[in-house]
Design a protein around this ligand. Structure first.
Ligand code: URA
Length: 207
C-alpha cells in the first residue's frame, strides 16, 4: 500500500474534531501521486462529503473547466483541501479544525512534493501567503524553498459573484508559463547520496 493510501486511511479514522461525527465520508484529496502541481481548496462541501472526493460539486465543475482551459486533466494534478471533513452547513473552517488537519496536508506535500502549489480561496491562501488578502495577491506567484506558490480566488467565488469569473479564468491562464518556470527551480530538498560506483570490470592485462 502506498504511503498516500495509508494517509487516506488515517484521515478517514481521524476523530480530533467534533465535525468528524457529522461526516458521511472524509475527503482526503485525489490525483497523481507524482503531480507537479497541487491545488488546495478550503473544505469539502455537501457533494464532496457524499462522495469522499474533492471538488465534485458546482465549484468542482468550474475547476474542471478551468483545468481544461490549460489542457490539464484531473488525473495529472493533485487536488485537496485545507480541512478534510465538511463543516456543517458549509460554514467556514475553525482555527482548531485547520490546525488539527494541518499535519495531513503537510504529509501530502511531503509525499507528492509538487513544484507548484495553487491556493484556492482565503483559507488556503492564509496558510501559504500569511498576512495577505486575496483581492490583492490573486494571480501572483512567489518562489520559496524550491516551490512556486500561486494564489487564486476560490472557484465558488465565481458562482456567487459573476464578475469574478473572468478574473479567475485569466489567473488560471497564467499557470502554464508559471509551471514551466517552476520546473526550472532548483530542488530545495537535499538529494539522496549518489549510488556507490560500480566495481571496475577492466580486464587485467595478461603478459
Ligand atoms: N470547496 C472546496 O474548497 N473544496 C471542495 O472540495 C469543494 C468545494
Amino acid at each position: 500500500m502506498s504511503a498516500l493510501t495509508e494517509l487516506y486511511k488515517e484521515i478517514a479514522l481521524c476523530k480530533k474534531c467534533e465535525i468528524a461525527k457529522l461526516r458521511t465520508k472524509a475527503v482526503p484529496g485525489e490525483g497523481a501521486e507524482n503531480a507537479e502541481i497541487m491545488f488546495i481548496g478550503e473544505a469539502p462541501g455537501w457533494h464532496e462529503d457524499q462522495q469522499g472526493r474533492p471538488f465534485v460539486g458546482p465549484a468542482g465543475k468550474f475547476l474542471d473547466d478551468l483545468l481544461v482551459s490549460i489542457k490539464l486533466k484531473r488525473d495529472q494534478v493533485y487536488i485537496t483541501n485545507v480541512i478534510k471533513t465538511r463543516p456543517p452547513n458549509n460554514r467556514d473552517p475553525l482555527p482548531d479544525e485547520i490546525s488539527n488537519c494541518r499535519p495531513f496536508l503537510d504529509k501530502q506535500l511531503e509525499l507528492i512534493h509538487p513544484k507548484m502549489i495553487v491556493t484556492l480561496g482565503r483559507y488556503s491562501m492564509a496558510m501559504f501567503f500569511p498576512g495577505n488578502t486575496i483581492s490583492k495577491i490573486h494571480g501572483t506567484a512567489q518562489k520559496r524553498d524550491g516551490v512556486l506558490y500561486f494564489a487564486m480566488y476560490h472557484p465558488a467565488a465565481a458562482l456567487h459573484q459573476q464578475s469574478l469569473r473572468q478574473t479567475i479564468e485569466a489567473d488560471m491562464l497564467k499557470i502554464p508559463a508559471l509551471l514551466a518556470e517552476a520546473r526550472s527551480i532548483p530542488e530545495a530538498r537535499p538529494e539522496p547520496p549518489p549510488p556507490a560506483p560500480a566495481p571496475q570490470t577492466t580486464q587485467m592485462k595478461m603478459f
